[in-house]
Write a protein that binds this ligand. Structure first.
Ligand SMILES: Nc1nc2c(c(=O)[nH]1)N[C@H]1C(S)=C(S)[C@@H](COP(=O)(O)OP(=O)(O)OC[C@H]3O[C@@H](n4cnc5c(N)ncnc54)[C@H](O)[C@@H]3O)O[C@H]1N2
Ligand code: MOO
Length: 410
């Protein structure tokens, strides 16, 4: 007997995301280093050309490239050295025909020069004369004015997370304050009569509450701000009170009580909290079948199954895309890095259902192999022993040993 109307994973994802807020929830302005890892709320453009002047990319002689054409070891081009350009200063004069200037890496090219000959490709003849042993073409060994980014060009586009490289580019362009998407505040509630705080000694039939630890870490990894509101026993009023408090935040995650047992009242309570309510209860997914996806008065609410593995899989498939979108990122980036590996064993799966298989990676004979880590979704070591997850799509009835798969790091 089926208790839920099970939705396809992709159908559930789009039903849910369509009903959720579409973009960043607000903007804040931060100092550049505080904004590390955050997503830009708007394009940042360059006030000036970067670099602001033609710069040498080597130590050597700034030349007019045409003066070196045909130069070789046997027939050097002889040029007059008219100055040594000091670092951090402008050249004193323009280069005329047959002239060159000694220049260091990063130095400013004089007007008239369009290339630099590396010092190794010259011979010193006198204080004011050099022989060029190899021709250079126009632009060779030069970082042209505006080549990194022209004035008015986009340095970093909206929605791009600020990594080390973006921070250095923005600092280089003199941009020291940036407007970034506000981090969504994510309330986490754990339900269950059997739960005790991890610092307590569980009595018979009790277990330590641990899902809130995984969820807090996962929210933070995705750029959200986790707020744990504590545990609620399986008592209607207690769960409802916690959820009402949770609805003051941007997103609500509630773990446990999503299934069909007598005490699994989460869905009923969420359904009664406000407008729209439950969009999905039950997904054709293993683990994670009894997932609840809801929007209550504009606030996304996700009911995650209590089993730890299921909760973390449901987070990856439904909560991560939501948080990404609330930060201005694409919910399903095409380029999330996956590792290619070969299945070490056959694995069966039911057609019509998405299976998320935990795997451990092992290098063997120069190839990467994915060893399934199987076990019930209440067994947390099936996650701690795994390096990644393989998604077996609805149309597949399993994977064959030796088959190449994408392993998503976890
Ligand atoms: N008759 C059926 N029983 C179950 C079905 C079903 O379709 N028919 N689905 C199973 C599946 S699949 C899952 S997954 C679980 C989901 O259960 P709930 O979401 O209702 O969660 P609970 O019953 O509250 O807990 C399940 C399990 O997880 C432990 N748990 C709960 N919260 C935490 C926490 N914060 N930290 C650590 N562990 C937690 C809890 O003690 C239970 O062992 O239902 C199946 N049953
Ligand atoms: O769908 Mo449940 O999440 O397998 O244990």
């Amino acid at each position: 007997m089926e208790f839920f109307q099970l939705r396809r994973v992709d159908e559930a994802q789009s039903l849910f995301l369509e009903a959720c807020p579409k973009g960043p929830l607000g903007v804040e302005e931060l100092d550049l280093l505080e904004a590390h890892g955050r997503c830009l709320a708007e394009d940042v453009r360059s006030a000036g050309d970067l670099p602001a002047f033609d710069r040498s990319s080597v130590d050597g002689y700034a030349v007019r490239a045409g003066d070196t054409f045909g130069a070789s070891e046997g027939l050097p081009a002889y040029l007059r050295v008219v100055e040594e350009i000091p670092m951090g200063r402008a050249p004193a004069r323009r280069l005329g025909p047959g002239e060159c200037a000694r220049i260091a890496t990063g130095g400013m090219l004089p007007d008239g020069a369009d290339a630099v000959v590396m010092i190794e490709h010259t011979e010193h003849l006198a204080a004011d004369e050099v022989g060029v042993l190899r021709a250079v073409s126009p632009g060779e060994n030069v970082m042209r004015r505006g080549e990194d980014c022209p004035a008015g060009g986009v340095l970093v586009p909206a929605g791009r997370p600020l990594r080390a490289q973006e921070l250095s580019l923005l600092a280089h362009a003199g941009v020291l304050r940036v407007r970034v998407a506000r981090r969504p505040r994510v309330a986490i509630v754990a339900t269950g009569d059997e739960l005790v705080d991890p610092g307590e000694e569980p009595g018979p039939g009790q277990i330590r509450e641990s899902n809130s630890f995984a969820l807090r870490a996962l929210v933070a990894e995705e750029g959200g701000q986790p707020v744990f509101l504590g545990r609620a026993p399986d008592v209607r009023d207690a769960v409802e009170a916690k959820l009402r408090e949770a609805l003051k935040y941007d997103v609500v995650l509630v773990s446990g009580g999503s299934s069909v047992g007598a005490r699994d009242m989460t869905a009923e309570i969420i359904g009664g909290l406000g407008r729209l309510g439950i969009l999905v209860h039950g997904v054709n997914l293993k683990p994670g079948k009894p997932t609840i996806l809801a929007v209550v008065d504009g606030r996304p609410v996700v009911g995650l199954p209590g089993h730890p593995v299921s909760a973390q899989v449901v987070f990856a498939l439904f909560v991560s895309p939501l948080l990404r979108r609330l930060l201005g990122l694409p919910p399903f980036p095409g380029h999330r890095p996956a590792v290619r590996a070969r299945m070490a064993k056959n694995v069966a799966s039911a057609a019509g259902r998405v299976d998320v298989l935990r795997v451990a990676l092992e290098a063997r004979d120069g190839e990467l192999w994915a060893e399934p880590v199987q076990g019930k979704s209440g067994l947390i070591t099936t996650l701690t022993r795994a390096d990644g997850a393989v998604i077996i799509r609805e149309e597949k009835e399993g994977l064959l040993a030796g088959e190449w798969v994408d392993v998503h790091p976890i």
